[in-house]
Design a binder for this molecule. Structure first.
Ligand code: ZN
Length: 562
């Protein structure tokens, strides 16, 4: 009896220990605002900075720096976690450990990434996740969009159903959507991210934390890799075929949470759905751009309709298991990315002028069709002719407008044969050049390429080159403004040409790490290049594009010299 009691007590004690082993006793400063408010409130900028500074003071694994300062003068914090602690990118290189980067709050109304990262940093410093620093260096930017986080309002994101009630706004304080700014780089934050995180620390992976806009799929979180279109395939394949499936399994196994591929389903064709669609492939989205930089990008979208604590839970579980995976495969990832970079350079060196690559793409579906989870929809018929008594608002789509309508039910069901439109096929291709020559008067283009990390040189002497010139026959502008721009689409054709450029003009040798990104930015027919974002409008208008064909001033060369 006594022995049994002792054993029972031991077991009780032991389970108590297991349950609480995640965190030793911590100071209240390390609790997040949601944890302290029954998940009714999200952290303000000052709260995040306080927690970060408490971490900094109490942990010897933490170094706090900033990527830049916002329009309103707020430092955008970056927390570097390493064991042993490091403070510079040079020390990261010397350690031999690859850098992985995770950011929250790119859209300030989507708050759970910001909260989950604060908890995760605390657990790495003081809980049971210190081992995540064994093989990698972690950079966290929990509050990327600092200014807008504190511009609180109700019903800013209705699909989140008031959990929490007050949240910040989407765009930054200059009015830009930070997740559409990857090419044009108008936002202070984008410049800070690209120059002071991506170019300086050279992370092998970027994870961007969001919340979806409201499709009632059956997952607590959906993900997407950096989509494959104009980049190297290996980092994409590794993310899509290995990292994401393994992480998804682990999250289900360890947290009982379902994850799945990002997409909107289409109810227009009725129920059950047969297709889901992802978003665009464009590198204006920072996750996609990572692919053109020969790195891994991962989009994380918590399910908007879950409560804040659930969204924090799924985001926390996803990021944790990603970092478990990258810790286990750190060197392999660095090697895959290095080989992708080498492949991009080699292709330019060996095949310039001989191969074509896509510059405009259309969406197509993946060959592999796994099961798809969704909330069930119930077809019903209207009972009167006055428009029915059930609102379609919560469906969010206009289903069959005829007789049968759909209302969302309470069950989650698994559907087979749902095509996942997450692949991209080129619809316009262009010849890969050895490089580009840019007249001196377009110094702004050279500067912009350099801001993205490209190597641009000034010609010391005049030079003659063989290649192709693009003769633009029409320049069409978007009818509606998008992110402050009437976006441009050029039509025309390339013609063989020999041209001479002078001392002071610019040369971009494409045999460099950012070959794929530079190609996508400089190709005149690219669907997300510098032409698209109005960098050449004045030139084309001045030259009279509306009356007669105009040559695109950036010359694409296959070979220098006659
Ligand atoms: Zn978002």
């Amino acid at each position: 009896m006594k022995r049994n009691l002792l054993r029972a007590l031991l077991i009780l004690n032991f389970s108590f220990f297991i349950f609480h082993s995640a965190l030793a006793q911590i100071s209240a400063e390390l609790l997040t605002v949601p944890e302290k408010t029954q998940y009714t409130k999200t952290s303000l900028y000052a709260d995040v900075m306080d927690l970060i500074s408490a971490l900094d003071k109490s942990s010897d694994l933490v170094y706090v720096t900033k990527m830049g300062t916002s329009l309103e003068g707020k430092d955008i914090p970056v927390v570097v976690m390493a064991n042993p602690k490091i403070t510079t990118p040079e020390e990261a290189i010397a350690s031999g450990k690859p850098v992985m980067y995770v950011q929250g709050n790119i859209h300030s109304g989507e708050v759970e990434g910001k909260e989950a990262l604060q908890i995760l940093m605390r657990e790495i410093a003081f809980g049971d996740k210190k081992h995540l620093l064994e093989n990698q260096i972690l950079l966290f930017a929990p509050i990327y969009n600092t200014d807008s986080n504190d511009k609180l309002g109700v019903e800013i994101r209705r699909s989140q159903e008031g959990s929490p009630e007050l949240i910040g706004v989407r765009s930054n304080s200059q009015g830009w959507d930070l997740n559409r700014d990857g090419i044009k780089m108008e936002a202070i934050e984008t410049n800070a991210l690209i120059q002071n995180v991506i170019m300086k620390w050279d992370p092998e992976m970027l994870v961007d934390l969001h919340t979806t806009n409201g499709t009632w799929h059956g997952y607590s979180l959906t993900w997407a890799p950096s989509y494959h279109y104009a980049g190297e395939k290996a980092p994409y394949d590794f993310t899509w075929n290995k990292l994401l499936p393994e992480v998804t399994d682990k999250v289900l196994e360890n947290y009982d949470i379902y994850l799945g591929p990002y997409g909107y389903h289409n109810l227009r064709a009725g129920w059950p759905v047969t297709e889901i669609y992802t978003y665009n492939h464009h590198p204006r989205y920072i996750v996609n751009q990572m692919g053109l930089r020969n790195k891994i990008g991962i989009l994380s979208e918590a399910f908007a309709h879950e409560r804040l604590y659930q969204r924090m839970s799924s985001t926390h579980a996803f990021v944790t298991e990603i970092l478990e995976f990258t810790n286990d495969h750190a060197q392999e990832i660095a090697q895959i990315n290095d080989e992708a970079e080498k492949a991009a350079i080699d292709l330019v060196k060996e095949k310039a002028g001989k191969v074509k690559k896509g510059v405009r793409f259309k969406m197509s579906y993946l060959e592999d069709i796994p099961a798809y989870r969704s909330y069930e929809y119930i077809p019903y018929q209207e009972v009167d002719s006055a428009g029915g008594y059930l609102s379609m608002d919560d469906v969010g789509y206009a289903p069959n407008r005829d007789k049968v309508k759909l209302v969302r039910g309470t069950r989650i069901v698994t559907l087979e044969n749902v095509k996942n439109y997450s692949a991209f096929e080129p619809v316009v291709e262009s010849t890969l050049p050895r490089g580009y020559l840019i007249p001196a008067e377009f110094a702004n283009i050279a500067e912009h390429l350099e801001k993205q990390g490209a190597v641009v040189t000034k010609l010391e002497d005049s030079i003659t080159a063989n290649g192709e010139v693009f003769e633009a026959t029409s320049m069409e502008k978007g009818r509606r403004k998008f992110e402050g721009h009437f976006m441009v689409q050029l039509e025309g054709s390339f013609k063989p040409a020999t041209k001479t450029f002078e001392k002071g003009d610019y040369c971009v040798d494409l045999a460099q790490p950012l070959a794929n990104l530079i190609f996508y930015m400089l190709e005149p027919q690219s669907d997300d290049g510098l032409v698209t974002w109005n960098f050449f409008d004045h030139y084309f208008e001045r030259q009279g594009i509306n009356e007669s064909p105009v040559q695109y001033p950036v010359f694409k060369y296959f070979k220098l010299g006659k």
